[in-house]
Design a binder for this molecule. Structure first.
Ligand code: S3P
Length: 454
């Protein structure tokens, strides 16, 4: 166990990458741990009393920023010397966080920033948050507005953007809040603020978003009740000031990371790939539902539950795809997967119409614009509107050959590298360094399976 709790965070220099025609993708591998669950395990472990042991934690840059922040807030975070060993977190208990001595740098991670702003809002401490150029452009008012109602105070840039000072309150009040956007980050920020708040904090969501915070908080001993309201919305109610105690957490492989090798395999006839222990929480599996509708030969095998989360081995074979309509209601369950779905759609026969994509415009980049522009550069006809994207596939390999700008967005980089594996000409991305935020080892893993990325 390393006594230096978290690795130093290096600023990577831009690294262009090129993908050319891949071979068939075969083999059995495990992709890195789930990013959403990894952030939550570190944060909730830091708020529990006693030791939490986390196996399978994603060691990507985003999660390292969370680990460093939890240390700066007074928890002890121990990184194992051997990656197969669990991380350990010694928590300070709810209400026990210390004021950080310097600015909290959240790097590229919206989840780290928004969830932690929620945690701090109900602690009587002040913290200043910043991030990289991508994160500092992203909207934070969606979390600061409800947290102000709980008693916290904020001073930030126009539009509530980072850098942002959070002045937590020592008299937090519980709120009932209906989410104006389908966002698990906003829901989680409010629930995490509700931990150190007396009484019941309720978040109402019209469209169910990922429930990893709820599942993990219950795993650590909190009481959360979810009820369905007359209009079909879900009310998620947390009773404040629970006693959270350290637990063992097993982080499943990330279904959002599995999406890249999975689509690469679907698009290459003859592929037969198994991705083990992938999280299949139904609020995350919209891409896999859609791929099946498109005709993908894809199966969840050996379904089981690990530490409260459903998990399966995902077997994918090369398949011919057809275009489909993807309804807006499905967006929350596949919000991070539209870039890679658009690549699959570019190779399908017929048009794939994706609706309800407004949130894509405020991710690590404006993903709707980045995907539409990148596909057009690679010879794929697309139509994009404020909230929709239509991709016209011909069932043949796209031309490719584009030089893709990634705008510090890991998923744009990985998506277009998958396209390069199935297009006539290689596809180059200007900077693959941000892939490390969510999928360290992506290039090596893909090449081991049959891809050609240099
Ligand atoms: C996440 C929620 C989603 C997703 C992000 C991770 C989370 O964001 O895009 O990558 O861990 O809660 P929104 O809540 O903004 O939709």
């Amino acid at each position: 166990m390393s006594s230096i709790s978290v690795p130093s965070i290096s600023v990577s220099s831009p690294r262009s990458l090129s993908a050319s025609a891949s071979g068939v993708l075969t083999g059995t591998v495990r992709v890195p741990g789930d990013k959403s669950i990894s952030h939550r395990a570190l944060m909730i472990g830091a708020l529990a009393v006693g030791e939490t042991e986390i196996s399978g934690l994603l060691e990507g840059d985003d999660v390292r920023h969370t680990a460093a922040a939890m240390e700066a807030l007074g928890a002890t975070v121990l990184r194992p010397e051997n990656a197969s060993q669990p991380w350990r977190v010694r928590g300070v208990g709810i209400g026990g966080l210390a004021e950080p001595a310097s600015v909290l740098d959240m790097g590229n991670s919206g989840t780290a920033a928004r969830l932690l702003i929620g945690v701090i809002a109900s602690h009587p401490i002040t913290a200043v948050f910043t991030g990289d150029a991508s994160l500092n452009k992203r909207p934070m008012a969606r979390v600061t507005q409800p947290l102000e109602r709980m008693g916290a105070t904020f001073a930030g840039r126009k539009g509530g953007r980072l850098p942002l000072s959070v002045i937590g309150t020592d008299h937090p009040v519980p709120i009932e809040y209906r989410l104006p956007v389908a966002s698990a980050q906003v829901k989680s920020a409010i629930l995490l603020a509700g931990l150190n708040t007396p009484g019941v904090t309720t978040v109402i969501e019209t469209h169910p978003t990922r429930d990893h915070s709820e599942l993990m908080l219950c795993h650590f001993g909190a009481s959360i009740v979810t009820t369905t309201l007359a209009d079909g919305a879900l009310a998620v109610s947390l009773t404040g000031q629970p006693e959270l105690t350290g637990r063992r957490v097993l982080v499943p492989a990330d279904p959002s990371s599995a999406a890249f090798p999975a689509v690469a395999a679907v698009l290459r006839q003859g592929s037969d790939l198994t991705l083990t222990a992938v999280g299949i929480n139904p609020r995350r599996t919209g891409l896999y539902v859609t791929l099946k509708e498109m005709g993908a030969d894809l199966a969840f095998e050996n379904i089981r539950t690990e530490a409260g989360e459903p998990v399966a081995d995902l077997r994918i074979k090369g398949s011919a795809l057809k275009g489909v309509d993807v309804p807006a209601e499905r967006a929350p369950s596949m919000i991070d997967e539209y870039p890679i779905l658009a690549i699959a759609a570019a190779c399908a026969t017929g048009t794939t119409r994706m609706f309800g994509l407004a949130e894509l415009r405020v991710k690590e980049s404006d993903r709707l614009a980045m995907v539409a522009d990148g596909l057009a550069l690679c010879g794929v006809p697309v139509e994009a509107g404020p909230e929709h994207l239509f991709v016209h596939g011909t069932g043949k390999a796209p031309k490719g050959g584009g030089f893709i700008t990634t705008a510090m967005d890991h998923r744009i980089a990985m998506s277009f590298l998958v396209l390069g594996g199935v297009s006539e000409d290689p596809v180059t991305v200007d900077d693959g360094s941000f892939i490390d935020t969510s999928f360290p080892g992506f290039v090596a893993l893909m090449n081991r399976l049959g891809a050609h990325i240099r």
